[in-house]
Unconditional design. Structure first.
Length: 271
């Protein structure tokens, strides 16, 4: 039975993701420009990232003023309720800046440090993915209504479609490219969407057999990781570890271990 608190958090996260997605989709200015950079000149923030985070934190605070926040664009507070919201208001900012459709709004709720609710809205697909710990993973789409998610059946690694992402720091990107080059002959193919949250949801929905990336932050993966796991995927980092900044891996049960083993062998986590 789902905890009523978790149901409350889920509904609030879905509402916040929907409103932020509408703001981003319908309010994107024609002359959208970079407002700031972070880790490198190509790691950008737009005015819309900032506006979406303010919308999300403001809406949640109206309903739950004692909760804490960790947001990509600076929201940070401890709170006193035991609940912390982990927010990426616009995952895939470069895609959004260029007018590409693969971007998302990612909102997770943690209770005492464990993720219990995850919502990822993908406005340009008309899809909202959501999960509550122990309650399965679901997607609401424009044609099929709400349906339960299940990752793909196990496939041999050489028949696996795997996605990845690249860091914004030049030296790290070069190493990631080397790892991808070594992996490509061993897989069906590699994709690169530009949004970690979308990739994790695509693993959950059976659109990918696996996904890996180095350099993710908690807001990049918190919601998508829960959704993937609740859909039957395995997730982790380096062998025996949880998803982390060093490495995040999500895949169907048949692909996860051999992919993780190869990533360890190829030093995908190295600085």
């Amino acid at each position: 039975m789902i905890d009523p608190l978790h149901t409350e958090l889920l509904e609030l996260a879905k509402k916040a993701a929907r409103r932020a997605g509408e703001l981003l989709r319908d309010g994107r200015p024609a002359d959208l420009a970079v407002a700031a950079t972070k880790s490198s000149p190509i790691d950008v923030v737009t005015e819309m990232d900032i506006a979406a985070e303010k919308l999300i934190t403001g809406l949640i605070s109206e309903h739950r003023p004692d909760d804490g926040f960790l947001g990509e664009e600076g929201a940070s507070s401890a709170g006193s309720s035991g609940i912390r919201w982990v927010i990426d208001p616009l995952d895939g900012t470069v895609n959004y800046l260029y007018g590409l459709p693969t971007w998302s709004v990612s909102i997770a709720a943690e209770q005492d440090g464990e993720t219990v609710v995850g919502v990822v809205g993908i406005p340009m697909r008309g899809e909202t993915y959501h999960a509550v710990r122990g309650g399965g993973a679901w997607v609401t789409g424009p044609r099929e209504g709400e349906r339960a998610l299940s990752c793909r059946p196990a496939a041999p690694l050489d028949q696996a479609l795997v996605s990845t992402g690249f860091n914004y720091v030049t030296e790290v990107r070069a190493h990631q490219a080397d790892v991808a080059q070594r992996l490509i002959p061993l897989l069906r193919d590699i994709r690169r969407s530009g949004s970690a949250a979308v990739d994790l949801c695509d693993v959950a929905a059976g659109r990918l057999d696996g996904y890996y990336e180095r350099g993710l932050h908690p807001w990049d993966l918190a919601a998508g990781d829960l959704i993937a796991r609740e859909a039957g995927a395995l997730t982790g980092g380096r062998p025996g570890e949880r998803p982390a900044r060093d490495l995040t891996v999500a895949a169907t049960p048949g692909v996860f271990e051999p992919l993780q083993r190869l990533l360890e062998e190829f030093g995908a986590w190295h600085d």
